[in-house]
Structures are given as C-alpha cells and as structure tokens.
Ligand binder design. Structure first.
Ligand code: DOR
Ligand code: ZN
Length: 453
C-alpha cells in the first residue's frame, strides 16, 4: 500500500480456530485474519478487525469444493434453481460448485453457456461449469474455449451411456469417438470428466428378464456397464495422456482399473457419499429415493471404496446433487428419474465419518477441497493459506443431530439418508471473506466465478 493511503478493506478476525489436519501451520490452534476476500495471516498474533468470531472449541476447514452438481434451473427450475441450490450448498459448507451440463437447455454451446451464466449470477456460492461434449458440438466447444469464458470451464463432461437428462445424441461411447473428445480436451488443457456406464452394456442388461423394480436397479444397470466404461476411459487417458476424472465410482473393479492406471499421474476419480455409505442392505428398496445412476451396490463395494479412500486411489468426494420433484420419484420404478439430493448433506456426512475416526482429517481435507482445486486447477481456493480466498467452514464437533430431509434448503426435500444420526455441526460459513451463513441465518452475499487454469 502506498504510504499515507488508508486500508479500506474489511477485516474479519477468527480466534482460536482448531486447524485440524495439514495446513502447513505452526500451531494447530491459530487465529486467522481475513482482509477483504482473502486470508491475510494465520498465527498466534491478535489483530484489530471490523468483526470478530471466537472459534474456541470449533474446527475450521476450507469450504468444500463440490465437483459434481446438477443445479438445474433454466427450464427445470421447479426441480432446483441457483438460489435454492446454492443456499443448500452454503448451509452445507460447500463454497464452490462445479455445475454439470445436462440441463435444459444443456451447456453445449456458447449461447447456452451465456444463458446459464446469467442464471448462476444469483448464486450464494462460487461456481464454474462443465461443458457437455458430443460428436455434434466439437466446434462449439472450440468456440467456448477460445473465448473470454475459458476460465469458467472446469472440464469437458462425457456421458458414455444414457442417464436422466441425456438423450441418445449426447452420448459418446465408442473408442474412436471418445478419442476426438480427449484430443480436444488436450488442445485446451482441460480434464475430461466421464460418466462411465457404457451404453452398449446398458442396452444388453436392459433386455434381461429382471422385474422392472427398484430392487433390481443395480442389475438393470449392471456393474459390468460401469466397469467396462471405466476400463475404456482409462485406456483412452493412458493412450492420449489427457487428464481423466472418473465420476462417481461405484464398484471395486473400477477402483482396481483406476489404481493401476494412476501410476501415470493423469487419472483421478470421485466417490459420492451415497455410494460410499449406502448399500443394497441398508437402502430402502421399496422407494425410488435411492434410485441413482450408477446404482448403489453391494456392501463389498463399499468396503472397496473405503480402501480406495485410505490408500489414496479416490481423489475427491462429489455430492452428485441431482434434485427431482418428489412426485416424480414416487412414480413406478420405470418412470421415476434417477438422482439424489446431496448439497445439504455431503460435507456433514463425511465430517461425521471423521469424527467417528473412520477417515483421517488429512484425507477428508484432500477429498473435500484440496484435490478438487488442484485437479480442476481452481486458482487460490481449497486450502487455508495466506493469499487464498477466505472460504471457510466453522464446525462444532461436539454437536449431534439427526438428518432431516424436510429441512433441506434444496427444493428436493427427500433423501435416502433421512433420519441418519450425525456428529458434528456446521455453525458458520465464510465465503470470499464474508459471513454467508451463521447459526441458521443467511446473509446477503454473492458467490464469484471461479478461475480455472
Ligand atoms: O442419477 C443420476 N442423476 N445420474 C446421472 O447421471 C444424472 C443425474 C441427473 O441429472 O438427474
Ligand atoms: Zn451426475
């Protein structure tokens, strides 16, 4: 600052924060000084500020970066809009969301991206987007990535098989076609994010003589669909050297493929809280609330996913927030859309596992914020570090609660996790240096566009 000039930036001082886990700090119990949007310093010193928060007894972590969100809005604002969805994120400790392209209209052209961007400007949390790639819009993707909007794009999303919100022309599943997408991603140094259930396998299993009921969802979308798709995507990443992010891994076999492929340093993967924490034994198979693609599978898959968490094969947790209208979910199996409402719960569900000592604080921080920031090259977010955006979540680890879907901020107020007991409670959330949510109250703040790469 030039001499004589007054510092007009607002200062927020958090005292006695428990910075559990690795933050490269000298002391676990530290004070954090925030100046404007950024973390200014971390340490034992006290500072004069405009506002003070006493964090004694509280854990302070970076806001979650959720790399897998279907925020809807546009022509599906009855399912969710950026106001309701981003409030759910904020209250749930998610300060950055990466939005998926299978909206109506889809994020497949510059025109549609601009329409979405306009909608997202009401977001309470920070945001970026994935572009939907198919064989008919490769030129549109070039146009977007050559434009001033490049920095908003976290990666290119490919559906190898049909799911809720996709149509046949959106799919890319043959190896030669997939290669075209990977080559395009390479040109702009963007990762490819893949929904790996393979269309040809889905069709094969769809023909089998299983009763068309929720209890058979995991057979109608058999594990082979995901395994064969992941195998193809990993091979393509290894052949082209392009960064691959496998969304929502649901089987142990996929993890084995990813684990082997990871040695090259280009392959990353995600787990959702529902694939990690629910299985066919714990799920209510009489309800479509747990109908999701890929399906929730065997307990042995959960065990394999937990191994993937502890040995570092799994890089990130994504909520795969996919809200639908309750009446739609209550239709017969065949007519009910797939998807689970996850923004309100993702961080709390994982935090609960940390408090139960099932996962270390270090791994939790990697999975929920650090790794997503580095995979998608999001500038200055995902860590508690001087110079980084002050996106912080203040948690009381001693509080217990029961998850109540009826109280979600999301419009989709139902969940297969309804009634789950949780340890740890989010008290306040700071976003870009301002208090966005505290003790049940929302403050009128706006999220920002992220900067990728
Ligand atoms: O269950 C799902 N729901 N899987 C997807 O791939 C899409 C999502 C949605 O958008 O509803
Ligand atoms: Zn999804």
């Amino acid at each position: 600052m030039p001499p004589g000039e007054k510092n007009t930036l607002k200062r927020l001082f958090l005292s006695n924060c428990n910075l559990a886990g690795k933050h490269n700090v000298v002391d676990r119990i530290s004070n954090i000084l925030i100046e404007g949007e950024f973390i200014k310093s971390i340490g034992k010193e006290k500072h004069v500020a405009d506002k003070y928060i006493d964090c004694s007894g509280y854990i302070v972590i970076p806001g979650m970066i959720d790399p897998h969100v279907h925020m809807r809005d546009l022509n599906q604002s009855n399912k969710e809009d950026w106001t309701s969805g981003s409030r759910a994120a904020l209250k749930g400790g998610i300060t950055t969301v990466l939005d998926m392209p299978n909206t109506n209209p889809p994020t497949t052209s510059l025109r549609n991206l601009k329409i979405k961007l306009d909608c997202a400007s009401k977001s309470f949390v920070n945001y970026g987007f994935f572009l939907g790639v198919n064989l008919s819009n490769l030129a549109d993707i070039n146009v977007i990535l050559e434009s001033e909007y490049n920095h908003l794009i976290a990666g290119l999303k490919v559906f190898m098989g049909g799911s809720t919100g996709t149509s046949g022309k959106d799919l890319v599943s043959g190896a030669d076609d997939l290669k075209k997408v990977f080559v395009l991603a390479e040109k702009y140094s963007k990762p490819v994010v893949v929904h790996c259930e393979l269309q040809s396998e889905l069709e094969l299993w769809h023909e089998k003589e299983f009763d068309r009921k929720m209890k058979n969802h995991h057979l109608l979308r058999h594990r082979d669909c995901a395994i064969k798709g992941t195998d193809r995507a990993v091979k393509m990443a290894l052949e082209t050297g392009v960064k691959l992010y496998v969304a929502h891994v649901s089987t142990g076999e996929e993890l084995d493929i990813i684990r082997r492929g990871k040695k090259e340093g280009k392959i990353f993967c995600e787990v959702t809280p529902h694939h990690l924490l629910l299985n066919l034994d714990s799920l209510d198979l009489n309800s479509n609330f747990g109908k999701v693609n890929p399906p929730i599978r065997e307990e042995s898959d959960c065990v394999a996913l937990w191994e993937g968490i502890s040995d570092g094969t799994i890089d990130a947790v994504g909520s795969d927030h996919a809200p639908h209208i309750e009446a739609e979910k209550c239709r017969e199996y065949d007519y009910a859309p797939s998807g689970i409402s996850g923004l309100d719960t993702a961080l709390a569900l994982l935090m609960n596992e940390v408090i139960k000592n099932r996962i270390t604080m270090d791994r939790f921080l990697d999975l929920c914020s650090n790794n997503a920031a580095s995979i998608f090259e999001i500038t200055n977010r995902g860590q508690i570090k001087p110079g980084y955006f002050a996106d912080l979540v203040i948690i009381d680890p001693s509080k217990e609660s029961v998850l109540s879907a009826g109280e979600f901020e999301s419009k989709a107020k139902f969940s297969p996790f309804d009634g789950h007991k949780l340890s740890g409670q989010i008290i306040s959330v700071i976003i870009n240096g301002e208090i966005g949510y505290s003790k049940g109250k929302f403050y009128n703040i706006k999220g920002k566009e992220i900067n990728c790469g």
